[in-house]
Design a binder for this molecule. Structure first.
Ligand SMILES: Cc1cc2nc3c(=O)[nH]c(=O)nc-3n(C[C@H](O)[C@H](O)[C@H](O)COP(=O)(O)O)c2cc1C
Length: 271
């Protein structure tokens, strides 16, 4: 088998595998059935599964904020780049990269009593592992939601408007809300979203795309995004203008600088 074709299809011997089928059928859900909000059992299953995600040193370097209040969802819809479907979701989970809980424990146990500068605040190293913890938990919640008949959608824009989000969710120093999910019963059948896989898996070393690989990438994306892609390279152009050069990305950039300062305690968003 050619290395690049290994992962294009699921090997037939796993066709009956329920876990892989669940992963394969998932797609982002942005329309929820208002008559069928998640049951307590479904919510508990999703949260329990999230807590079973791998965690660096089993330190659980994240917290999950469980949001069901309509006013909070409505405010988040505005703060997360004006996405009205967030306000209509029955449930949201914010995955907060969290070192505050460890700083509080270190302080309570007076572990830096002999250290004149106090407890060393978290830095980039802690951020790298804690962010992985938070996203691992979020993605485990996504798959668990699918497994119990719910749909979900990530809201990456939760890192925008740091000042307002910190106030809305009472986020202290040494935290950073990295991922948000909206979750509910899908209002309708969802077709699976095509995912481009050219230039995705590299054997043994990073391999920068050559002209032929770039051409294959462009062709694959244009084919997947037809009928929107009307001319060669249309998808790349679309991403450049709608994402790369967007106002929301500029806001994310600004806001993340504030969150990073909050993480290290150098520029707390709240006291
Ligand atoms: C980090 C991340 C952030 C995302 N943020 C948003 C968002 O703010 N709004 C939205 O509608 N979808 C968002 N999505 C969903 C993606 O658009 C979606 O995963 C992608 O189009 C692929 O579709 P699929 O999930 O149906 O396979 C996000 C996904 C990820 C992984």
């Amino acid at each position: 088998m050619e290395p690049e074709s290994r992962y294009r299809e699921m090997p037939a011997c796993y066709n009956d595998n329920e876990t892989l089928a669940c992963i394969a059928r998932r797609s982002s859900t942005r329309a929820f059935d208002p008559m069928r909000p998640p049951t307590e059992e479904q919510r508990a299953a999703v949260l329990h599964a999230a807590s079973r995600a791998p965690s660096a040193g089993a330190m659980m370097l994240y917290s999950i904020i469980d949001i069901q209040e309509r006013t909070t969802l409505e405010r988040l819809a505005v703060l997360c780049d004006d996405q009205p479907f967030i306000a209509k979701a029955p449930w949201a989970l914010v995955f907060v990269v969290d070192y505050a809980k460890w700083m509080d424990l270190f302080a309570a146990l007076e572990l830096a009593a002999d250290e004149p500068r106090g407890i060393r605040p978290p830095g980039r190293g802690e951020l790298a592992i804690a962010a992985q913890d938070a996203v691992a938990a979020a993605q485990t919640a996504v798959i668990a939601a699918e497994a119990v008949g719910l749909g979900s959608c990530y809201i990456g824009d939760v890192v925008e408007n740091a000042e307002d989000v910190a106030e809305l969710l009472d986020l202290p120093p040494y935290t950073l809300p990295l991922s948000m999910l909206v979750i509910g019963t899908p209002a309708k059948e969802r077709p699976v979203t095509p995912h481009a896989v050219e230039n995705l898996v590299m054997s043994e070393r990073y391999r920068r795309a050559d002209a032929a690989t770039r051409a294959a990438q462009v062709a694959e994306m244009d084919a997947l995004y037809r009928p929107h892609a009307t001319e060669p390279g249309a998808r790349v152009q679309d991403i450049y203008h709608r994402k790369h050069m967007s106002a929301f990305m500029a806001e994310m950039d600004r806001s993340l600088a504030r969150w990073c300062a909050n993480w290290t305690g150098e520029g707390s968003l709240r006291v």
